[in-house]
Design a protein around this ligand. Structure first.
Ligand code: APR
Ligand code: ZN
Length: 235
């Protein structure tokens, strides 16, 4: 058989809890001492011994069935994220549609980075049909404003951010499909949680330069997606 079942994936990241604390499960809001409040399709009975689990790294506790239900609601990529503290177990991936990421160096300096050239990243994603990992499977999605051009200083730190963005692209985390907060359009390609600078010489949208905190912010946003400096070295 190929792949792990949702139950097997969740179990891998859990330690058993013999006597659950007198607290509520923050997924279903029911007491951890009682059954999971989640009664959806495909939720079978579990033995009492495995009804509550502790996530191995962060220690947060949930009903086993609640974690399985949460996993089934996502894109089932073998990773799990603690809903309380966002600790990631396994390798998180997203639902970015198929497309292309390219980059090159242009011989001009960005405002605030006078001593180096500039990296231009070009993202191109065509419109298409939503898959099972998207909000409305089978329905078309639009893709506005592509190719989207983004800028980074061609400094050591800028190149580090680029390496991590390449990892994020491979893990389908740069864009997603949903409702644009700028235009209100639904079923369209939108930026995911990692900010990009799309203006070169001006800053009319607030997504331009100078912005001294930008590279640090992006590194932090990448970390929240489970991408750290080690990833950039390995890939
Ligand atoms: N440039 C970079 N980032 C942007 C821009 C922009 N022009 N507009 C919004 N964002 C950021 C927002 O700050 C937010 O964090 O993207 C995130 C998602 O915002 P949405 O409006 O939902 O994203 P999207 O519809 O993809 O972007 C709106 O950005 O690049 C342009 O052509 C694109 O006009 C579109 C605009
Ligand atoms: Zn629960």
């Amino acid at each position: 058989r190929k792949g792990k079942t949702p139950e097997e994936v969740v179990k891998k990241y859990l330690q058993k809890v013999k006597s659950p604390p007198e607290e509520d499960c923050t997924i279903c809001m029911e007491p951890l001492g009682g059954p999971s409040g989640y009664k959806g399709p495909g939720v079978g009975p579990v033995s009492r011994a495995e009804s509550v689990g502790r996530l191995a790294q962060c220690g947060h506790q949930y009903h086993f069935q609640c974690l399985v239900a949460m996993y089934n609601n996502g894109n089932k990529d073998g990773s799990l994220q603690c809903p309380t503290c966002k600790t990631i177990y396994g390798v998180k991936t997203g639902n970015q549609p198929a497309g292309k990421m390219e980059y090159h160096v242009i011989p001009h300096s960005l405002p605030g980075h006078p001593d180096c050239k500039t990296i231009r990243i070009i993202y191109n994603i065509p419109p298409g049909l939503q898959g099972p990992e998207h909000p409305n499977p089978g329905k078309p999605f639009t893709a506005r404003g592509f190719p989207r051009h983004c800028y980074l200083p061609d400094s050591e730190r800028g190149r580090k951010v680029l390496r991590l963005l390449l990892v994020a692209w491979d893990r389908r985390l740069i864009f997603s499909v949903g409702t644009s907060s700028t235009t209100g359009e639904s079923d369209t390609v939108i930026w995911n949680e990692v900010h990009h600078k799309t203006e070169f010489g001006s800053n009319l949208t607030g997504h331009g330069f100078p912005d001294p905190g930008h590279l640090d912010n992006v590194l932090e946003e990448l970390r929240a997606q489970g991408i750290t400096e080690d990833d950039g070295l390995m890939e």
